[in-house]
Design a protein around this ligand. Structure first.
Ligand code: NAD
Ligand code: MG
Length: 391
């Protein structure tokens, strides 16, 4: 393959760092054109030293000045910019062939839409883009002629288990349903009466995956699986009734496709994000990702159980927003982001998260077919509303 330019948005995070790990194994195939990081400037500086991007973007004018000075001292002429517009700019550069969208939360939406409109090969980790604005996001992908490749491990698994000519019609491809696997999170076996006392550390200690703090809390509430149901709905044009969730604590099967003839096609592997990242980078090819082969002799067993919607109401709330349509999922997402931030700041209890999300959904007026400015406005309104409920 001829060398491709890549921009990694959210490079300093968990998915971003794993992407640099995989890209760094293939210097002849990938050139890092741009990196972004919001606050961890030391980490971004180290990444710039190692990968020598043309551009770097930080979250503020001050941090950009600090990074610029340190890079000059180190003899690099990387152009340093800051802010949301700069993220959209690096996502659309002509020398950028592929964009890894790995910013966390609603903050990732404008730049992933920009990459879609610019027709990039778009490696999507930022599931919140699809949850907030699935309809508009998928239109931007189509109109921009982008190639959308899922990075979320479940969606990568489904993508790999679909027929190669899948064109967004489940029936035409003989598919009965998509089956998302869930680890169940750190509190899978905990009785509900202990949930109110769980700590931030316990919630962030995921049994199988090492991830950023927001998605770790989402995994503990099962909101992450709810967001992934919404993500699957948009990526694969699947109605909610044809997306099942099964708890599979070992996280070896990353998700499955159930076909009409009784076949279930699954993708398996070690729980290591470098596999779905490498798949999205190289698709339809396969490249070395540094991931250990699955050792079947060492697997004690694969088990499955139904998710408990009573102990984990966030999953049901997410399904309900798909039925409601319009901007309901954007409200769910915004309320959840504010609630999770407050939990991480030890301002609310773990059990307050679903209560705050449900409250926002029942109190705010939902709109049936919002455009992008009104979705962003609803995101801001919901954030303010939920913040006011907390204080
Ligand atoms: P993380 O917290 O480790 O990293 C987040 C990145 O986003 C950082 O680079 C940070 O600087 C940047 N960022 C944060 N706030 C920002 C803002 N306001 N503006 C611009 N940049 C900002 O998160 P992560 O775990 O790497 O997750 C990133 C995304 O990938 C999330 O949407 C998550 O749901 C998804 N995802 C992550 C994993 C995983 O294994 N970590 C798996 C599947 C999907
Ligand atoms: Mg996932």
């Amino acid at each position: 393959m001829t060398q491709q330019g890549i921009a990694i948005l959210g490079a300093t995070g968990s998915v971003g760092a794993n992407t640099l790990d995989v890209v760094g194994r293939h210097p002849q195939d990938w050139r890092v054109v741009a990196l972004s990081g919001h606050t961890r400037i030391d980490r971004l500086f180290e990444q710039c030293l190692a990968h020598r991007p043309r551009y770097a973007v930080t979250g503020s004018e001050e941090s950009a000045a600090v990074l610029r000075r340190r890079l000059r001292e180190a003899g690099l002429d990387t152009e340093v910019e800051f802010g949301a517009d700069a993220l959209c700019r690096i996502a659309s550069l002509p020398e950028v062939d592929a964009v890894m969208a790995s910013i966390v939360g609603a903050a990732g939406l404008p730049s992933s839409i920009a990459a879609a409109r610019a027709g990039k090969r778009l490696l999507l980790a930022n599931k919140e883009s699809l949850v907030m604005a699935g309809h508009l996001f998928m239109s931007a992908v189509r109109e921009g002629g982008a190639r959308l490749l899922p990075v979320d491990s479940e969606h990568s698994a489904i993508f790999q288990s679909l027929p190669h000519d899948f064109a967004g019609d489940l029936d035409a491809s003989g598919i009965r349903k998509l089956i998302l696997t869930a680890s169940g999170g750190p509190f899978r076996l905990m009785p509900a009466d202990r949930f109110a006392a769980v700590t931030v550390e316990e919630a962030c200690r995921h049994p199988n995956w090492s991830m950023g703090r927001k998605i770790s809390v989402d995994s503990a509430t099962l909101m992450n699986k709810g967001l992934e149901v919404i993500e699957a709905h948009w990526l694969f044009n699947a109605p909610p009734a044809r997306i099942d969730v099964v708890v599979h604590p070992q996280s070896v099967i990353h998700s499955m496709v159930q076909y009409r003839d009784g076949s279930v096609v699954a993708q398996l592997g070690s729980p290591d994000m470098r596999t779905p990242i490498a798949n999205a980078l190289a698709w339809p090819g396969r490249i070395e990702a540094g991931v250990a082969d699955l050792d079947f002799g060492a697997l004690a067993g694969l088990t499955f159980e139904a998710p408990d919607l009573a102990r984990f109401p966030c999953l049901g709330l997410a399904y309900a927003t798909l039925e409601a349509g319009g901007d309901a999922s954007a409200v769910l997402n915004a309320a959840n982001e504010v609630a999770v931030e407050a939990f991480l700041a030890r301002r609310i209890r773990f059990t307050d998260i679903p209560v705050l999300v449900e409250d926002a959904l029942s109190r705010l007026d939902l709109s049936a077919s919002p455009d992008l400015p009104s979705l962003m406005a609803k995101n801001d309104e919901t954030r303010r509303y939920t913040a006011s409920r907390i204080s």
